[in-house]
Design a protein around this ligand. Structure first.
Ligand code: UT7
Length: 331
């Protein structure tokens, strides 16, 4: 059975950097509050005039292909994880297939919010193991800025999210390396604790001027509730991955958590008695880019040579749905 491993990574963020000071023009907030509560110093926003997640995915994908030593012609399948697709229909994977001139391969969107990249990794893992595909492009890309209420009313959520894209190529190998296991969970009971209500297909019309006036198009987050569940689920799902492979945290070189909030990352690091340098964080630069945080962080970890061949890494995510997931890899 072929082993699925990550053969290349890439990332991209849009041109416009928005610092905490910049946000103070729109809302009553401060650099101090945002840094203390979230660890975020800046994030990047798309241009707002047509730059969608499939556009952000283009440079990320090119870089991942280059790092894998592959071209678009080598890719057998596209998986695009996003909670902010370019359109309701068709999916962002189809748009990316066209924009980069891929062969007429399958192109699948998945909507699992912050856990999207790890759900996508799990899908790729199965296709590679069965031998159906040899090289799969997995993208996590988001444009969250257009769902942010950039006024004081929306400040608890608006300061957290940013736009960006990360890409990874999942390839088949006969060597003893790659994805050892993936673990997926969801609890839809908490769907409305972190959700975007409209446009909604159950409403006809899906969106009205009244709904816009009521600000129902913006992402809503019950921050305290999300925090409470996140600090329970992150350690739980990391331990699940370790247990499944008969490992402990001592076997792990790097934990790459979804960059939800630095306080959550710190909590997980302390709770699991991990040294801080074993838990990667870059949220100060990009904010929370939802499905893109893990592939962006992975790319940085690889670029900075923080992991080497044979090292064990664990990735974990928690977010809207609620959904949570982990993956354990031998690099
Ligand atoms: O991928 C999953 C992503 N989501 C998360 O990771 C979110 C998890 N939750 C959190 O990180 C935190 O709940 C937040 C950072 C969102 C909020 O922190 P908190 O400590 O739970 O603050 P809070 O909402 O209880 O608000 C505390 C105070 C309030 O003022 P009063 O009522 O005490 O006077 C808020 O109005 O902070 C105020 N506040 C702000 N002040 C300045 C809320 N947002 C801001 C802001 N700037 N941006």
């Amino acid at each position: 059975m072929p082993n699925p491993y990550i053969s290349g990574t890439g990332f991209y963020v849009p041109a416009r950097e928005v610092t905490n000071q910049d946000l103070m023009q729109y809302m009553d907030t401060s650099d101090e509050w945002i840094r203390e509560r979230t660890g975020i110093g800046a994030r990047f926003f798309a241009d707002g005039i047509g730059e969608g997640p499939s556009d952000l995915a283009i440079p990320a994908t090119k870089q991942a292909l280059e790092n894998a030593g592959l071209t678009v012609a080598d890719i057998d399948f596209i998986i695009f994880a996003t909670s902010t697709p370019d359109y309701y229909a068709p999916g962002s994977a189809c748009l990316l297939q066209d924009k980069l001139g891929f062969e007429l391969i399958g192109a699948l969107d998945i909507r699992v919010q912050c856990s999207g990249f790890l759900y996508g990794l799990s899908i790729a893992e199965q296709y590679i193991k069965t031998g159906q595909f040899r090289h799969i492009l997995l993208v996590g890309a988001e444009v969250q800025s257009s769902a942010m209420n950039l006024t004081t009313e929306g400040r608890d959520t608006a300061v957290i999210f940013g736009d960006g894209a990360g890409a990874a190529i999942i390839s088949a190998t006969d060597e003893d390396r790659g994805i050892l296991s993936t673990h997926l969970h969801a609890q839809g009971k908490y769907a409305k604790e972190l959700w975007c209500e409209v446009p909604a297909s159950g409403l006809n019309p899906r969106i009205t001027p009244e709904m816009l006036k009521e600000k129902r198009q913006y992402l809503y987050m019950n921050g305290r509730e999300v925090f409470r569940h996140a600090i329970q689920r992150f350690p739980e799902v990391i331990n699940e991955a370790l247990d499944a492979n008969g490992m402990t945290t001592d076997d792990v070189t790097m934990v790459i958590p979804h960059q939800a909030n630095y306080r959550i990352t710190q909590f997980v690091q302390k709770r699991m008695k991990l040294p801080p340098e074993k838990v990667y964080s870059n949220i100060h630069k990009y904010g929370n880019t939802t499905a893109a945080t893990i592939p962006i962080a992975l790319h940085e970890v690889v670029e900075q040579k923080l992991i080497k061949r044979g090292d064990v890494i664990v990735m974990a995510a928690f977010g809207s749905g609620f959904t949570w997931a982990s993956a354990l890899l031998k690099w």
